[in-house]
Design a protein around this ligand. Structure first.
Ligand SMILES: *[C@@H]1O[C@H](CO)[C@@H](O)[C@H](O)[C@H]1NC(C)=O
Ligand SMILES: *[C@@H]1O[C@H](CO)[C@@H](O)[C@H](O)[C@H]1NC(C)=O
Ligand SMILES: *[C@@H]1O[C@H](CO)[C@@H](O)[C@H](O)[C@H]1NC(C)=O
Length: 848
C-alpha cells in the first residue's frame, strides 16, 4: 500500500515533507550567510592561506572579492587532509545542503576542488567526519571554476562549526568558495545517549535496528552523539521499508527488545546546549502490533538544571493502541520544566519498542506561532490533562494539511511574482541588448577593415569580402569572443592576464606536458573563441603517453596560399614533406609515401600578446587529444620557435555551410539551373558523421558550445570533420549575437538554458545539433529563425522556458521525412533529460 507523503512539523520552523524513497523536500534550506554576508568575516577561518587576498574570508560562494576565493598555502596532495576552510555559525544549525564553487576571478582563476570532505563540531573541540548513509566521506565537488555545485547532505548535519576539506587524487592547486544551507537547530539537543539498537529475526532474516548514522561513540551503548533520532526522517508504518534506497530492513528505526532490559524500560539521556524551558517532547514510534511492536506504555523523565537532578520525575502514560498499526508521533508534555539535560525511561508495551525521531520544543523552540500556536489556554497544563498529552493524529494530519496548503499557496504566489519579474527582466535585457547590437555591428565593420589593413603578407591575399575560402577571416574578433556563460551571468569586464603564458611553451618542447592544472581550458580557436569545459579528470584520462603532438621541422613546410587571417595570425595552405612520419598509424592520408601532403597551418603572429599565446597553446593541448575520424586532427606543431604554428588536416571543400550553399537538392530545378547537387542520402550521411563526431566528444565530456554547419568541414566524398575552433566568426558574424558589445553568442543555435542560465552541457550541444541538422536539410539557404530578429529569438527562448506552448520551433524542411523531424524536435525538448544522447541520435540517423 502506498502511503500518502507524511507531513509533519519538526525542528520548530522546519516543515519536512517526506514522500516515498529518498524524496526529502525540506524548507530547511536557507543559505546561512556566506554569500549573504550574515556570517561575519571573523567567523570564517582556514588552516592556511596562499596570500592575504585569498584568505578564508574570500571563501564566500558567488563572491568575487579579493582574488576570488579562499586558497590554501600548499597544494592539496592525495591522502593528506591538512587544509580546511572553517565556518563558525555561532549556534547549532541543522544543515541540509552545501554548495561549492572554485576560483574564477573574472576568468583568471581556474582552481577548484574536485572533491572534498566535511568535518563538523558542535562544541569546537570534538570534530566528526561527515559520512553519507552509505558510509562514504568524499563528496564530489566542482568540475570548473565557476559553476556552483550543490550537494544534499544525507544525513543532515547538526553542528555549530563546519570544515570543508579539499581532497584530491593528485597534487593540485585548490581554491574554494562555499555556502551552507539549513536552518537554526531550535531543539538545542547536543547529544543523546542510549543503549545500542538491536537486531530482530523476522522470518529467518535479520532486521537491524542499529543507529547507523550516530556520530558519537558506539560500544554497548551510544554516547555523545546525534543520529537517526534527529536526522529529520520519520520511519514508515512498515519498519522493513525505508525512505532511503539501498539500505537494510529496519534502517529508519532504532529499536530494542524487552528481553535485554530486565527493568522493563530503555533509558535515553538527552543533553542540551543550555538550560531551556521545555514544553513538549515528541517521539515518533512504530506501532506494528501484529509484529509485537508497540509505542511505549509509560515514560518517566528526570530533569537536570545546573548540577542536580530534580527529585520528582515527570511521568506520562499514553493510551496503548492495538487498533491502528500506523507509526505516529506521541507528544509528551514537559510542563515547562527548566533543564539542560533530561533522562527518560521508556517502558515497553510489548516485546519491541522502536523510535525513528525524537524532537523537543522549548522556549524559543516552539512552533512558528503563525502556523500552529502551541498553547492558547491559561497557564501550564496539569499533568493529567489529556488534551495536551495524547497526540490526536487527526488534528495533526489536519494541521499538517493546512500548513501544506498554505505552503503551496505561498509557493504559487512566489512563482507567479517571480515569473513576472523574470519576464520584465528579459524584456529589459533584450531591449538593452538590441541597443548594443546596433553599436556592435558598427564596430564589427570597422574591425573587419582593421584586419585587412594590418596584413603583413597580403600581396596575394584575396579581399575578405570576395573570398569563399573556409579558412578566411580566421583571427577576427579576438578577445571579444568570450566565454558565454560568464557573460550571461555577469557581463564582467574582460581582463585576462596570464603571466605563465610564456612559460607554457617549454614543457611541450620537452615532450612532457604539464596537465596537473585542473579546469576549464579556454580553447581559443584561432580567433580566440570557444571554450571547452574539460573536467580535470578527463584531462588526466587523456594524458596517456602519446598525448603530445610532435614538433615538425619548419623547413619542411612549403607555403602555397594564404587561407585567412585575423588579429593574431594567419592560416596558410602548405605542403608538408615527410608528414607521414609524424602521424599515428591509425591516421592515414590517401597519398602514397613521401609525397608532400596539403595541410592547413595556423600561425600565431610573433608579436601576439600573451593571452593569445596562452590560448593558442591551450588549443593545441586539447586538440592533440581529440582523435576521431569526424573531428579535425592536429597533425603536428612548431612551437619551439616563433611564430607558433599548429598543423591540421586540410579539408578541400570548405565548411559545410558554404558547401551546401553552393549545392542544390536533386530534382528538376537543379537540372535546369545546372547547379551541382547533393542527394538526400548524402545529406544524411553527412549528418550521421556529425552525430558520430559529437558522440565522441560527449564520451569525453567535452562540451563543444558552438556546433553549427559553419564549424563542420567537408573533405572528399562527403566526409565531415567537426572543427569549430572559432575559425569563421567574422564571416558568419550575423549568426552571433553580441551582449554589451562584448560577447558574441550563436543564439540561434543555443538551447534555452544556455541563453537564460548560461548552462552549457552535452544536452545543449544536442540542441545545437538539432539546429545543425535543420540547416543541413535546408541546404543552409536561410539562417535558423530567419523571420525573427535577434530580440525575438531571445523572446522565443523565454517561451521555451515558460513552456506554455507559445514557443516557435523551426519548421520541417521540405526534404525532411517525419522521422528525422522528430529527432530534431526531440533535440529541442525543454527538459534536458528528455533530449536524446548523441549515441541515440547517431543510431537513429544510421537507420535512416
Ligand atoms: C548497522 O547494521 C548494518 C547491517 O548489519 C551494518 O551494515 C552497519 O555497519 C551497522 N552500522 C553501525 C553504525 O553499527
Ligand atoms: C517557562 O515558560 C512558560 C511559558 O512561556 C512561562 O510561563 C514560565 O514562567 C517559564 N518558566 C520559567 C522558569 O521561566
Ligand atoms: C516481553 O514482552 C512480552 C509481551 O508483553 C511478554 O510476554 C514477555 O514476558 C516480556 N519479556 C520479558 C523478559 O519481560
Amino acid at each position: 500500500v502506498e502511503r500518502i507523503p507524511a507531513l509533519y512539523f519538526n525542528k520548530a520552523t522546519t516543515l519536512l515533507v517526506l514522500g516515498r524513497g529518498d524524496v526529502f523536500l525540506c524548507v530547511c534550506r536557507y543559505p546561512l550567510g556566506m554569500s549573504g554576508g550574515q556570517i561575519q568575516d571573523e567567523d570564517i577561518s582556514a588552516s592556511s592561506q596562499w596570500s592575504e587576498s585569498t584568505a578564508a574570508r574570500y571563501g564566500r560562494l558567488d563572491f568575487e572579492e579579493g582574488d576570488g576565493a579562499w586558497c590554501p598555502e600548499r597544494t592539496v596532495e592525495p591522502d593528506s587532509l591538512k587544509e580546511f576552510l572553517q565556518i563558525d555559525l555561532r549556534s547549532l544549525h541543522f544543515i541540509t545542503l552545501v554548495g561549492t564553487q572554485g576560483r574564477h576571478a573574472g576568468g583568471i582563476g581556474n582552481e577548484f576542488a574536485q572533491m572534498y570532505k566535511i568535518k563538523y563540531s558542535r562544541d569546537g573541540s570534538r570534530w566528526i567526519s561527515w559520512r553519507n548513509r552509505q558510509g562514504e566521506q568524499v563528496i564530489e565537488g566542482n568540475r570548473n571554476a565557476y559553476d556552483i555545485m550543490l550537494k544534499d547532505l544525507e544525513p543532515p548535519i547538526i553542528a555549530r562549526f563546519v570544515r570543508f576539506m579539499p581532497v584530491s587524487d593528485h597534487s593540485m592547486n585548490v581554491c574554494m568558495r562555499v555556502e551552507l544551507y539549513g536552518c537554526e537547530w531550535l531543539d538545542g539537543l547536543v547529544s543523546y545517549n542510549a543503549p545500542a539498537g538491536e537486531q530482530m529475526s523476522l522470518e529467518g532474516q535479520p532486521v537491524h535496528f542499529n543507529d547507523s548514522v550516530y556520530d558519537g561513540a558506539v560500544i554497548y551503548s551510544m554516547t555523545e552523539g546525534l543520529g537517526q533520532l534527529t536526522d529529520g526522517m520519520c520511519g514508515l508504518d512498515d519498519f522493513t521499508h525505508s525512505h532511503v534506497y539501498n539500505v537494510w530492513p529496519g534502517y529508519d528505526y532504532v529499536g530494542w527488545t524487552n528481553e535485554s532490559f530486565p527493568n522493563g524500560y530503555v533509558e535515553i539521556m538527552f543533553e542540551f546546549d543550555r538550560t531551556r524551558n521545555f514544553t513538549t517532547m515528541k517521539v515518533h514510534c512504530n506501532n506494528m502490533f501484529t509484529r509485537h511492536i508497540k509505542a511505549f506504555r509509560q515514560v518517566v523523565c528526570y530533569f537536570r538544571s545546573e548540577a542536580d537532578w530534580e527529585a520528582t520525575p515527570l511521568s506520562f502514560s499514553p493510551v496503548v493502541d492495538d487498533v491502528n498499526p500506523s507509526a505516529r508521533f506521541i507528544t509528551v508534555s514537559l510542563a515547562n520544566h527548566m533543564a539542560s539535560a533530561m533522562k527518560c525511561h521508556f517502558y515497553f508495551a510489548d516485546t519491541w519498542m522502536m523510535f525513528s525521531e525524537i524532537t523537543f520544543q522549548s522556549d524559543t523552540a516552539m512552533y512558528n506561532t503563525t502556523l500552529a500556536p502551541p498553547k492558547t489556554g491559561s497557564g501550564p497544563p496539569t499533568r493529567d490533562d489529556p488534551t495536551h498529552k495524547i497526540d490526536d493524529s487527526n488534528t495533526r494530519i489536519l494541521i499538517g494539511c493546512l500548513v501544506a496548503i498554505i505552503f503551496i499557496l505561498v509557493a504559487i504566489i512566489v512563482i507567479i511574482l517571480w515569473r513576472q519579474v523574470w519576464q520584465k527582466m528579459l524584456e529589459k535585457a533584450s531591449r538593452r541588448m538590441l541597443d548594443d547590437e546596433l553599436t556592435a555591428s558598427l564596430s564589427l565593420q570597422s574591425e573587419t577593415f582593421a584586419y585587412s589593413h594590418n596584413n603583413p603578407s597580403s600581396s596575394s591575399a584575396p579581399s575578405e569580402q570576395e573570398s569563399s575560402s573556409t579558412y578566411e577571416r580566421i583571427f577576427p574578433l579576438g578577445p571579444d569572443y568570450q566565454e558565454p556563460s560568464r557573460l550571461i551571468r555577469k557581463l564582467p569586464e574582460f581582463s585576462h592576464s596570464s603571466e605563465e603564458a610564456g612559460d607554457m611553451k617549454s614543457p611541450y618542447c620537452d615532450g612532457v606536458p604539464h596537465y596537473a592544472e585542473a579546469d576549464i581550458v579556454n580553447l581559443q580557436g584561432v580567433t580566440g573563441g570557444n571554450t571547452y569545459a574539460v573536467p580535470a579528470l578527463t584531462m588526466d584520462l587523456l594524458s596517456g603517453k602519446d598525448v603530445a603532438v610532435e614538433e615538425f621541422p619548419r623547413k619542411l613546410l612549403t607555403f602555397k596560399e594564404k587561407l585567412g587571417e585575423g588579429q593574431f595570425g594567419e592560416v596558410h595552405l602548405c605542403e608538408a614533406e615527410g608528414m607521414q612520419e609524424f602521424m599515428d598509424e591509425d591516421f592515414s592520408f590517401d597519398i602514397s609515401d613521401n609525397q608532400p601532403v596539403l595541410v592547413a597551418v595556423k600561425m600565431l603572429r610573433a608579436d601576439a600578446n600573451k593571452n593569445a599565446r596562452n590560448d593558442f597553446l591551450k588549443e593545441i593541448k586539447i586538440m592533440s587529444r581529440l582523435k576521431d575520424p569526424n573531428i579535425i586532427r592536429l597533425l603536428a606543431v612548431c612551437i619551439c620557435s616563433d611564430p607558433l604554428c599548429m598543423i591540421t588536416e586540410y579539408m578541400e571543400n570548405g565548411d559545410l555551410n558554404q558547401f551546401l550553399s553552393r549545392h542544390e537538392p536533386e530534382g528538376q530545378l537543379a537540372l535546369i539551373s545546372n547547379a551541382p547537387t547533393v542527394s538526400y542520402s548524402n545529406l544524411c550521411y553527412m549528418a550521421t558523421q556529425i552525430a558520430s563526431g559529437m558522440r565522441y566528444l560527449s564520451s569525453l565530456n567535452f562540451v563543444h558550445r558552438d556546433l553549427a554547419t559553419r564549424n563542420c568541414l567537408v573533405g572528399k566524398n562527403y566526409t565531415i570533420k567537426i572543427a569549430d575552433f572559432g575559425m569563421s566568426r567574422n564571416l558568419y558574424s550575423g549568426d552571433y549575437y553580441r551582449i554589451q558589445g562584448r560577447a558574441v553568442l550563436p543564439i540561434r543555435w543555443m538551447s534555452w538554458e544556455s541563453i537564460l542560465l548560461g548552462k552549457f552541457t552535452t544536452a545543449s550541444d544536442v540542441w545545437a545539433f538539432g539546429v545543425t541538422l535543420w540547416e543541413t536539410l535546408t541546404f543552409c539557404n536561410e539562417q535558423p529563425y530567419s523571420q525573427l530578429t535577434d530580440e525575438q529569438v531571445i523572446e522565443n527562448t523565454g517561451e521555451f522556458f515558460r513552456d506554455q506552448k507559445r514557443q516557435v520551433y523551426l519548421p520541417q524542411p521540405v526534404l525532411c521525412p517525419d522521422s528525422v523531424y522528430k529527432i530534431m524536435l526531440n533535440c529541442w525538448r525543454r527538459n534536458t533529460k528528455e533530449r536524446p544522447s548523441f549515441q541515440e541520435i547517431h543510431r537513429a540517423l544510421q537507420q535512416g
